[in-house]
Design a binder for this molecule. Sequence first.
Ligand SMILES: *Cc1c(COP(=O)(O)O)cnc(C)c1O
Length: 374
Amino acid sequence: MRAPDRKITESNLAEAGAILTIDLDVVRANYRLLKQRLGSVRCAGVVKADAYGLGAAEVAQALASEGCDTFFVAHVREGVVLRDVLGPRPEIYVLNGTPPGAETACATAGLTTVVNSLEQLAAWRGTAKVLGRPLPAALQVDSGMSRLGLAPEEVEEIAADKSLLDGIEVRLVMSHLACADEPEHPANAAQKEAFDLLRASLPAVPASLANSSGIFLGADYHYDLARPGAALYGINPTPSRPNPMRPVIHLAAKVIQTRQLPASVGVGYGHSFRTQKPMRAATISLGYADGWHRRAAAGAYFAEVRLPFIGRVSMDSIIIDISALPEGALAAGDLVEIIGPHQPVDVVAGHAGTIGYEVLTDLGHRFHRIYKHA
Ligand SMILES: *Cc1c(COP(=O)(O)O)cnc(C)c1O
């Protein structure tokens, strides 16, 4: 039996309600695993949304130490902050492109904008002219997701009038897959075919199509650069098969108090749970304000024993049934596992009716965070 997390002693830990441990060595190991699958194809790191809630600075530095030199964020501001962290060398792409008016900030930080529309292209061209130097860009084409990227007609316009790329140093042609986590979905092959067609009309530069799941669709989808996010953070990129990635995070919540409950009492808001018989309960320091979805019925784990949530999730606390544990086994200050080996991120997501991505990006800001690295 695995030793349960016991009481913690250091004072900052003593103040914490819940503790989020992020294992950067595992992020690195996951990066290496993806690189292995990619062979000679380059592997970027997608660290948008604060590296899916895990901390963009810490994660990006860990990836950089593994040799990663290309990063993707979603917003200009994320890129500006990341540039400060990583220094001048790594390439930082901004997936949403540059909103009108933010071009100079984007260029000054040495970011590579992802051009999604002719408007973004014109603005970036204008900025290059004003600054008097070429500016780097990726051209994103819409190969069938209908979310971001140049439409086929717009690609034709660029192909017909090369001056539209004046002052633009095209570094990458990219697109994004809508259904990569469903390997049998016909949209995958259709998007690949559309991507190849669109690419042929654009400058002959490196190409990128695969996100995490795309890497597992096979070498045909790898092109020159892969763009994994989720898989680096332990989310299963192959939902219909066992998870090839290792879990990165562990979340433990502290017991605030324990109590004996008689039969026939209501528990929590709305009394949505009523005791049938006498039971023992603990209240733990975790709630929807910590990003734990209110609808996510689940359990906590202590010493291999599952302790079901009872009653509604409150803002700052959850009540759990600890009757399955020996009396006195759990006391105030003890930690119970919320996300970890017994209940991985993807399982938590299932309980909440969502996906692992959302569980991670919702992770709360008042957790005490511990970054593990060698
Ligand atoms: C978020 C994103 C990625 C990373 O996707 P994962 O599924 O997390 O690997 C790659 N490319 C684009 C365009 C994205 O928006």
